[in-house]
Unconditional design. Structure first.
Length: 258
């Protein structure tokens, strides 16, 4: 039997480096032989020079092509995916359930289960528009993103060093405004199926999410009758705010459905 494969998908304008040390922690906690693979959606990270798809279906096609390039075609994968990446995971599992062994969805939001003002909280609208304004510096962009997505790491003493690192990443692998807007469009227009994809799913959610209202995960859990674990004081970027908690819940979920 092939060892389990976990594919990690980040969200809007972020890349695999923003998982922090989760890709190192996860295989140490999973059963021996488990493989963890990270990819960047085109337009982000190492693929920042490519054009982002403007639909979630297009992002799924791009992700599937990368899986084939990694030599994983034909091996069902587990997905750990957050935000826009979790929308990609849902669409992938719905369209190609034979390719997905299961998925853990982190702080996602889905039409038709939540209104747009919960899927992107009004407090985030002005800061995000300011980030997209021409001439915005990498430092200002990342300061905005950290403030919107973190409830714990933003208060830690190492936050300034983290911001410098993120700004360096943005300068070396810049996400264009056009690609950021295409990804926003993909997230805004995606409509999930009324019925859950026919694969095991679990939801993780931060109760202090300042970008996406926590009610969005609750709405998906009710609509699809899914288990939901809520972190009491983490924000949108759960892997940043509490990576140990995320890894522990992934491992516990794997034990539940084996």
């Amino acid at each position: 039997m092939n060892a389990p494969v976990w594919l990690l998908l980040r969200g809007l304008t972020r890349d695999q480096r923003h998982w922090g040390d989760v890709p190192e922690r996860l295989p140490r906690a999973l059963p021996p032989g488990a493989q963890v693979v990270c990819i960047d959606l085109p337009g982000n990270g190492a693929l920042h020079h490519l054009r982002s798809a403007a639909t979630v279906a297009g992002l799924v096609a791009q992700a599937r092509a990368q899986v084939a390039e990694c030599g994983l075609a034909g091996r069902p994968v587990h997905l750990l995916a957050m935000s826009l990446g979790a929308m990609v995971a849902v669409a992938w599992a719905a369209a190609h359930p034979d390719e997905i062994a299961g998925a853990v969805l982190v702080n996602t939001s889905l039409r038709p289960f939540s209104p747009f003002w919960q899927r992107l909280r009004p407090r985030a609208w002005a800061p995000l528009l300011a980030c997209l304004w021409p001439g915005t510096s990498a430092e200002r962009w990342e300061h905005c993103i950290l403030g919107l997505t973190s409830a714990r790491a933003v208060r830690r003493p190492e936050a300034p060093a983290l911001l410098r690192q993120w700004a360096d990443w943005r300068r070396s692998h810049p996400v264009s405004r056009a690609n950021a807007l295409r990804q926003l469009l993909a997230a805004a227009t995606f409509r999930a199926p009324r019925r859950a994809p026919p694969v095991p799913l679990r939801l993780l959610n931060g109760a202090a999410d300042g970008l996406v209202h926590p009610a969005c995960s609750q709405a998906v859990a009710r609509a699809w009758n899914l288990p939901l674990a809520v972190h009491p004081d983490a924000g949108h970027d759960l892997p940043l705010d509490d990576p140990d908690w995320v890894v522990a819940h992934v491992v516990a979920w794997c034990a539940d459905f084996r």
